[in-house]
Design a protein around this ligand. Structure first.
Ligand code: NAP
Ligand code: MG
Length: 518
């Protein structure tokens, strides 16, 4: 289908009515296709395992979107062998040719934007702009890595030479077989982005999506396949993290990995890699417990809007979600009132419908977590708004605003990954900063103040990788490749380098110094 619209960072901010029409047509179309069985994709071939699992939509428990393969340990090892066998030829393919193939994959993703977005809305529970944004961001992340390869001419540079007879170069070369393990919440961008980086730099890939999001993973796989990525270069394996994921981790065939997901699984991977025979790179992008600090010199309307969007967008299931607010006591009541007013206006329901800004949470476990957390917050703190699950056939819960939670309560530090924000007052900014930094995470952070010195102070003292000041479109959320590099400090990220950044793609290559004397 020919697209009549180009979705970008700015069109997503002020969408065209055509976007709604194309999306709604796509939702109707993809629903017709639900109920198919999807394969693994290993060595350029579709493969079926003995058992399948059913992907049920969180929007409606009666909707079976598709049946996916329960990959076994053997499937995982076969995928790694295929990637190993395909590596030499892919490595030796001129980088310009790899860039051309990856650009083609990015263009296919953009062409299939609406169908992929529609599936993702039903698979994850994302509203239309969140779903379309995730898909288009994938294409842009891949293009960004292609741009970097081109700008740096394949990362091969001439060094100083000690005499005319000496020819000294530094080249970056791919590691080999790269594993990509993705989370459910950005099932396209955080699978396609890392895969694009690994592939364009000459690695071959084994990709495992989250069990909650195999469908988007399959659609992404078909984009790489249809773009002409050769057989064995990109492999797709579904199955549980504990079996198929762990089998991949345990194999010495893996030369590097990009994991995006929770702190616990990420640290488990880092530790298990550290105990293997040889050192291997781990790019682990992990959770967040992202704070927003609101000064008494803040524009409170901006602050309330920014916090509302970041706390409740995608049902609070973004690694960058704002889950803690520290607000000056002088303006605390006024801020809370504004936040609650805005939160009351949020419609929760089927996210494919335009009026619903919040969809369901991802699965029954999250739905039950919400109820458990809310009971805890209700007994130890004060629920200003929300706190209920909705009586619908999906996993729908209310956006929830909490205050008066004791300072030492565990939920100030634990990532809940749900639409729950806790608010505390402060007397002086230094105390707020100390609390904001007193967590194991350091992904994103927000600040609201009209005072330049305070802004400078915030930028100089907060311990996080992605900062936003006075941003009403999202106090802590909403990075886009090329606009904001996205990566975490502390327990939020293992490499100190961010995605969608000029420092990203080099992580998929090791440096080789070559001195040749005539
Ligand atoms: P998760 O539960 O940690 O799972 C992430 C991936 O790891 C899934 O594919 C999962 O497979 C797999 N996995 C689980 N156990 C494994 C094992 N032993 N070996 C190998 N793989 C294993 O995370 P999630 O619930 O999908 O995503 C939410 C988390 O991701 C949050 O903590 C969020 O903050 C974080 N996140 C971080 C970023 C970032 O850029 N820093 C971005 C997005 C999300 P199964 O699904 O089959 O278990
Ligand atoms: Mg999980």
């Amino acid at each position: 289908m020919a697209q009549k619209i180009k979705v970008t960072y700015s069109t997503l901010a002020s969408p065209d009515p055509l976007l709604d029409q194309l999306y709604e047509e796509a939702v109707a179309r993809v629903k017709q296709n639900f109920g198919q069985t999807f394969p693994l994709y290993i060595n350029g071939e579709e493969r079926f395992a003995e058992n399948t699992f059913t992907k049920v939509s969180p929007v409606d428990r009666d909707v079976e979107m598709g049946f996916f393969q329960k990959g076994t340990e053997e499937d995982a090892l076969d995928a790694l062998s295929a990637a190993r066998a395909a590596f030499p030829a892919w490595r030796d393919t001129p980088w310009e040719d790899r860039v051309a193939i990856l650009r083609k994959a990015a263009d296919l993703i953009s062409e299939r934007l609406f169908d992929m977005g529609a599936v993702m809305s039903m698979e994850v529970g994302k509203n239309r702009l969140e779903a379309l944004g995730d898909v288009e961001e994938t294409a842009d992340l891949i293009r960004f890595c292609c741009d970097q390869m081109e700008k740096n001419e394949g990362y091969s540079i001439t060094m100083k030479s000690e005499s005319p007879r000496h020819h000294n170069r530094s080249v970056l070369k791919p590691y080999g077989v790269w594993v990509v393990i993705a989370p459910f919440n950005f099932p396209c961008a955080l699978a396609g982005g890392p895969s694009g980086g690994a592939l364009v730099s000459g690695n071959t890939v084994v990709f495992k999506p989250a069990t909650d999001t195999p469908y988007t993973g399959w659609l992404l796989t078909t984009c790489f396949r249809d773009a002409g990525v050769p057989k064995g270069v990109f492999n797709f394996v579904t199955g549980s993290g504990r079996t198929v994921g762990q089998a991949i981790l345990d194999s010495p065939e893996v030369d590097g990995i990009t994991f995006t997901g929770s702190y616990d699984v990420g640290m488990h991977i880092i530790r298990s890699f550290a105990s293997s025979q040889l050192p291997r790179p781990v790019i682990a992008e992990m959770g967040g417990k992202n704070p927003t600090i609101i000064s008494k010199k803040a524009d409170l309307d901006e602050a309330a809007l920014g916090v509302m969007r970041s706390a409740f967008g995608l049902q609070g299931q973004k690694c960058s979600a704002c889950s803690r607010v520290y607000v000056h006591n002088d303006v605390k009541d006024a801020f809370e009132e504004k936040l609650v007013e805005l939160t009351k206006k949020i419609n929760v329901g089927d996210p494919t419908l335009k009026d619903n800004w919040m969809g369901p949470v991802i699965n029954n476990a999250s739905f039950e977590d919400y109820q458990r957390f809310v009971a805890d917050l209700d007994s130890d703190g004060n629920i200003l708004f929300g706190g209920n699950a909705l009586d619908l056939n999906g996993f729908f819960v209310m956006p929830t605003v909490v205050n008066d939670l004791p300072e030492d309560h565990a939920l100030w530090k634990q990532e809940m990954f749900l639409p729950i924000v806790t608010i505390a007052g402060f007397e002086d900014l230094e105390t707020a900063m100390a609390k904001a930094n007193d967590v194991e995470y350091g992904l994103t952070a927000g600040f609201f103040s009209e005072d330049e010195d305070e802004i400078e102070w915030f930028l100089n003292n907060i311990e996080a990788g992605v900062l936003y000041v006075n941003r009403d479109t999202g106090a802590t959320t909403g990075a886009w490749p090329g606009y904001q590099a996205f990566g975490g400090w502390k327990g939020s990220g293992s490499t100190g380098k961010a995605a969608g950044s000029v420092y990203y793609v080099q992580q998929y290559m090791h440096e080789q110094s070559q001195t040749v004397v005539d």
